[in-house]
Design a protein around this ligand. Structure first.
Ligand code: NAD
Length: 441
């Protein structure tokens, strides 16, 4: 199939790189976002998200005339839906007395509704948003069919999950293997033809529901494995063990690969997607549910660690370093670091948070300061919440020169293996028992 013009709905972390990569490969792209501020920002040649190399790519795409930014879709050969699929914060489902989170599919619904009037015979529609199983066939197809055209017969419809790693999106978009699931084999083939325009990794065709499951299985696998690492950190603490040493020793087993514990699981993927499986089959997912509970409670475990280190938190001055949900990105969605700061503030601590990738974080209720120096200047204790390179690399000498604090709390193994004690600091580490008997070493 030929694709001269495509419409990408949703110009965020996924849609914007996708739209500009298609444009860079000679396709006429209409990028669509309902947020007028985003539309205006992009039209000015600026971008609203941090991703290495993206600004240059977007600028070139707009300059070449191949990328145009609008707030409504229009006729095209293909439509890609890359809109958010978070969970609802204000409503939950219930099964056997346990509550679970519910997917908020309103953006997918309205994107499909916006495409329907422009749909023509022979078009391709691809859903990229991470979605509960059967969304493509049970939610998106019926909406598009309001056009009078039949999915799989008159137009092609497919689901293709995105696997890119924030911070590496532009490279991974091209190099990663991609799964494309069609509602018919012809739809999968049309999707294959579309992504072949720029994907160099393997493109594997399957059906739409399998492709949806693949994405959810990938992220759920990681969530469950992080949950077990978090439980190991709690056990290590109880038994006088350094969890980081124990994990590194266990991982020398040829078939074991334990992931890293931390302050919790955040972002819009791993902390969200397992709920899509729980929601659609609560009777079949007790392990996935339990893992979500463990990871969601980890910020509270970190809070307890801080309390053990400092005693009463009321009026205590704490520098919290890092707010993003993972290292070297600016994304604060569902971030456990933010939750830890909130818990500390609720307990009366005077927290100055610093996020190097979003110096003015703009989170309601969080006191974020624009510089590292400001966060540290009058702190009694410093808590490392995200392994951002610039924070992880702080040396004892450097830290000593910019803060009076001598109590450090490392929740993410960023500061292990350095001589903090020689420099006068007391370092508390997640998963490393305070009662560890070093005399036998
Ligand atoms: N960011 C990632 O690393 C990543 C990785 C894999 C999968 N995903 C999935 O991709 C999807 C998009 O994620 P994202 O991170 O790009 O989200 P995002 O919030 O960064 O961007 C989504 C954009 O869609 C816009 N939007 C909302 N409703 C719209 C509509 N009806 N029409 C047009 N635009 C609309 C929003 O204004 C926003 O700019 C989600 O389902 C997410 O789970 C994201």
């Amino acid at each position: 199939m030929r694709f001269d013009k495509i419409c990408v709905l949703g110009l965020g972390y996924i849609g914007l790189p996708t739209a500009s990569t298609f444009a860079a490969n000679g396709v006429q792209v209409v990028g669509v976002d309902i947020d007028l501020r985003i539309v205006e920002t992009l039209r000015r040649g600026e971008i609203h998200i941090h991703e290495p190399g993206l600004r240059t790519l977007v600028e070139a795409a707009i300059k070449s005339g191949n990328l145009r930014v609008e707030n409504l879709p229009e006729e095209a050969d293909a439509f890609i839906i890359a809109v958010p699929t978070p969970f609802f914060h204000d409503k939950t489902g219930e099964y056997n007395g346990e509550t679970y989170k519910l997917a908020d599919m309103r953006a997918v619904t309205s994107a499909a509704e916006a495409i329907a009037p422009h749909l023509r015979k022979g078009n391709l529609v691809v859903l990229e948003s991470t979605s509960p199983p059967r969304t493509t066939v049970d939610l998106v197809a019926p909406i598009l069919e309001i056009s009078g055209l039949k999915a799989g017969a008159d137009f092609n419809l497919a689901y293709s999950p995105e696997r890119v790693l924030p911070g590496q999106i532009l490279r991974e978009l091209i190099d990663n293997a991609r799964v494309i699931g069609g509602v018919t084999p012809e739809s999968a083939q049309a999707g294959y033809d579309l992504y072949s325009i720029f994907v160099r990794g393997e493109i594997v065709k399957t059906d739409a529901t399998t492709a949806e499951m693949v994405k959810l299985m990938e992220n759920t696998y990681r969530d469950v494995n992080i949950a077990i690492a978090n439980e190991f950190s709690r056990l290590a603490d109880r038994f006088g063990v350094d969890v980081w040493e124990a994990i590194s020793l266990a991982n020398r087993h040829p078939r074991v690969k334990i992931l890293s514990p931390g302050p919790g699981v955040g972002g819009h993927c791993i902390s969200v997607d397992p709920w899509f499986l729980v929601e659609t089959a609560p009777d079949l997912t007790p392990l996935i549910y339990a893992s979500r509970q463990v990871n969601d409670s980890q910020p509270h475990y970190v809070f307890d660690l801080v309390q053990r280190a400092l005693g009463s938190l009321k009026g205590r001055k704490i520098a919290a370093l890092g707010l993003a949900y993972k290292p070297d990105v600016d994304d604060l969605r569902e971030s456990p670091a933010v939750e830890v700061v909130q818990l500390l503030q609720d307990a009366g601590a005077l927290v100055k948070a610093f996020e190097p990738f979003k110096p003015v974080a703009g989170i309601p209720g969080i006191d974020a300061v624009p510089t590292l120096g400001e966060s540290l200047a009058d702190a009694e204790a410093v808590i490392l919440l995200v392994n951002h390179s610039s924070l992880k690399d702080l040396s004892p000498e450097k830290l000593k020169s910019i803060t009076p604090a001598r109590i450090l709390i490392d929740t993410i193994n960023g500061w292990g293996g350095r001589d903090w004690e020689d420099a006068g600091f007391t370092l508390h580490r997640l998963g490393v028992s305070e009662n560890r008997d070093n005399s036998k070493r």
